[in-house]
Design a protein around this ligand. Structure first.
Ligand code: FAD
Length: 490
């Protein structure tokens, strides 16, 4: 819903067009609708303008204009976020970085690449692949999500277990600060003097400014890769195998768990070769030197067998390996065939509590008369319960939100966290008090305010906005932006 009167809006449109060109400015309601939500469709909010800059100078000019006009603004990558992070919660400008999508430089000797923020994650690996390199952070959305969005959410992926999250792969950033100034944080080497401002920016969910160039590490492809599928008749046995493998001193590149409901959905959609009757499957990937790889795989297989796997097999060739990964990486899409909607939760727990927490997740969702599919980064203890629902059924959305909150409470109770990689965004602001004290939140707001003193850069995100949020009650209540008629929950 536009908060601007028509005269002012028309004047701003003319000014934006003169800065960016006519084809780079959207303001008709039908065009804006495309940008009203990200991958979390529970929240929707309309911007006044969606704009498509192609250079840092254009981004800076637009941010300066937003400051002059006191207009909120938010950066947007591919909109695959699952926490409503890129929504224009208070209207204003959506700054889409999708036209800034070039690989600007690759320095193979120093193993770095300089890229624009709208570059799709997987396209970087494609660009450097022919020379035997790749970009390690690999969110399951990597065919669509952008490196700018990855920076903002400090995204991880299946290979986080061994290679770490985005922050471990970013060396430097060119940033347009919330007042329009252009600065560089970090640089081309791993160590830099002073505060680690690059590290602070990564994971700030678009509230510290807009990244316009990114210097990342690229890695040499490992000599050998071995992918193992372990099949279980009980989720508990699969969970225990995760700890058993790591307990033996093995560090797989990835350990992903897929539960029964997800296996069925994936098999119906893609036929990837997971046994339909299994209670759970683990996809375990080892990579590294060719020497010793077979021996490591044998130790992984033995650990799974000793902990109750009914079948363990290694992918015979690259085609089979890709098919197994396709099942894992397309699981979210497969839910679309069995449910009109689903909400992806993103919690973290200590790995050893997996069997107990999964049991509680199933209990919670069952108690709300809903279904859940679990597909997640088991090696990191990063859970993704996907609660399936039908938004057309009265009361079902409220039950989903309640079940999601109850799951996050369990994550917090066992010493985990309410987000592993998707961020807090709009979705989880009410849950922050589960893991942070009022003093913690005050300190974090102070950091945000130092970068973003006027609060124009991605407002309404991360922090609870009501005093009552400090209370323990996390029941569904209308979000302030809903109350103002700026967003709707479906
Ligand atoms: C099917 C599916 C699977 C997923 N799997 C994973 C997974 O395995 N791991 C994972 O971590 N996430 C996963 N996600 C979530 C999502 O893909 C990631 O959070 C991703 O990093 C978002 O990138 P994006 O380009 O779509 O960003 P958007 O959704 O457009 O924006 C996300 C945040 O980034 C900010 N932002 C965007 N560009 C910039 C910029 N240039 N400068 C500053 N801030 C910016 C936005 O303001 C917003 O706060 C998945 C999502 C889907 C739909």
């Amino acid at each position: 819903m536009s908060s601007l009167d028509p005269g002012r809006k028309a004047g701003l449109r003319r000014e934006l067009e003169s800065l960016l060109g006519k084809s780079a400015v959207l303001s008709d309601p039908e065009e804006l609708l495309v940008y009203e939500s990200d991958g979390l469709t529970l929240f929707r909010a309309l911007a006044d303008f969606v704009i498509f800059p192609t250079s840092v100078e254009q981004v800076a000019a637009v941010v300066r204009l937003a400051n002059r006009e006191s207009l909120p603004f938010v950066a947007r990558g591919a909109g695959t976020g699952l926490a409503g992070g890129c929504l224009p919660a208070e209207g204003g400008l959506v700054i889409s970085l999708m036209r800034m999508n070039r690989v600007l430089e690759v320095d193979y000797e120093n193993q770095i690449a300089v890229v624009e923020p709208g570059l799709v994650n997987l396209h970087l690996s494609w660009a450097v692949g022919p020379k035997g390199f790749y970009y390690a952070p690999d969110p399951s959305s990597q065919q669509a999500c952008t490196i700018g969005g990855n920076i903002a959410n400090n995204s991880g992926g299946p290979h986080t277990l061994k290679y770490g999250v985005t922050v471990n792969h970013v060396l430097g950033l060119e940033v347009v600060l919330p007042d329009g100034e252009i600065v560089w944080l970090g640089g081309r080497t791993r160590e830099s003097q002073g505060y680690d401002l690059t590290g602070l920016f990564v994971g700030s969910e678009g509230t510290f400014g807009i990244a316009t160039k990114i210097i990342v590490r690229i890695l040499r492809r490992p000599q050998a890769v071995k992918t193992v599928l372990a099949v279980f008749d009980a989720v508990e046995a699969a969970s225990e195998s995760v700890s058993a493998v790591i307990g033996r001193g093995l560090v797989p590149a990835a350990m992903e768990m897929i539960d029964q409901l997800t296996i069925s959905a994936v098999e119906d959609a893609f036929g990837c070769g997971y046994p339909r009757d299994a209670a759970a499957a683990l996809l375990i990937e080892l990579d590294g030197l060719r020497e010793g790889m077979e021996a490591q795989a044998e130790r992984v297989i033995a650990a799974c067998r000793e902990n109750g796997a009914r079948e363990v097999r290694a992918a015979r060739d690259e085609t089979e390996r890709q098919l197994l990964w396709k099942g894992r990486k397309s699981a979210f899409g497969a839910y679309g065939r069995i449910s009109p909607a689903y909400m992806v939760m993103d919690g973290v727990i200590p790995r050893t509590r997996l069997p107990e927490v999964l049991h509680r997740v199933n209990e919670i969702v069952g108690a709300h008369d809903l279904r859940v599919g679990n597909v997640f980064h088991a090696g990191d203890g990063n859970l993704h319960p996907n609660i399936l629902y039908d938004p057309r059924k009265p009361g079902e959305v409220e039950r989903v939100v309640k079940a999601g909150g109850d799951i996050l409470k369990v994550c917090a109770e066992v010493g985990g966290s309410i987000s592993g990689e998707h961020g807090i965004g709009l979705e989880k602001i009410d849950y922050m008090p589960l893991i942070f004290t009022e003093a913690d939140l005050h300190a974090m707001r102070g950091v945000r305010d130092a970068w973003n003193p006027r609060g124009l850069c991605n407002p309404g995100k991360i922090f609870p906005s009501r005093k009552a949020c400090g209370e323990a009650s996390i029941a569904y209540r209308p979000h302030p932006i809903e109350a103002q008629g700026l967003a709707q929950r479906f």
